[in-house]
Ligand binder design. Sequence first.
Ligand SMILES: [Zn+2]
Length: 247
Amino acid sequence: MKKIELSQGIIQYIFEPKIQQNIGNNIIAIINDDRAVLIDTGLEEQTKEVKNDLEESKITIDKVIISHFHNNHMQGLGILPDVTVYGSSHYMQTIDLLTPQCEHYYNPTILVDKSLTLEFGNHKIEMIQNPGHSLCTLLVKINEEFLYVADEMIFSNTGEPVLPRITKNDIINLYISVHNLRKYSKYAFIPGHGKIIYKQSHIIEEIKNVCRYLCEILSNDEKITVEEATKKCTCNFLHQEWHDNLY
Ligand SMILES: [Zn+2]
């Protein structure tokens, strides 16, 4: 685990890939005095590491925002029984989709419908529904400085973009969601997986590349190869084999 202070009282915990090649995990801690809000918990052992690290500084985890209810973002809730959990009002649809793979799940204590702002000491944390990668995705804006983009865009820990892992039914939702991220491009983007992007021109180019890929698939009724689908992209996506899941 690596730990970076992004800004005063905002810590990024970075974990190396565990379940999937190239894909690490981020947990964000927003701290006010001796209390913390986490954005996502990662896997249970990752939550433990974060909890222990915060406890060494006498900080208690008070609240958790779940960006979306996929196991690798919420598993650690199992060891945080007393926290307030924020989640999208659409969380149950995600849980239903993942059943029976999802052995156990967690219910949010506070449901976020459209958007919700949480004032936490000097921090202003805004949760915004943005269905795409998951129906229950929440973007999290932190202090007009950062945007946690969940899995709407995925990167490796060294910053290479990862091809969206989707089925044909999800394409339009993901296109709308990623396209919508453009309006937040002045903020630094913190993905749920991978390296933060600070530069606005870089953010816009990454957004365009995902949209170009999805658009190319949408404009072809027939099956197209990953090379054809990415021909207008200015990057090389990792996990190009996921393109085959589409068909
Ligand atoms: Zn996910």
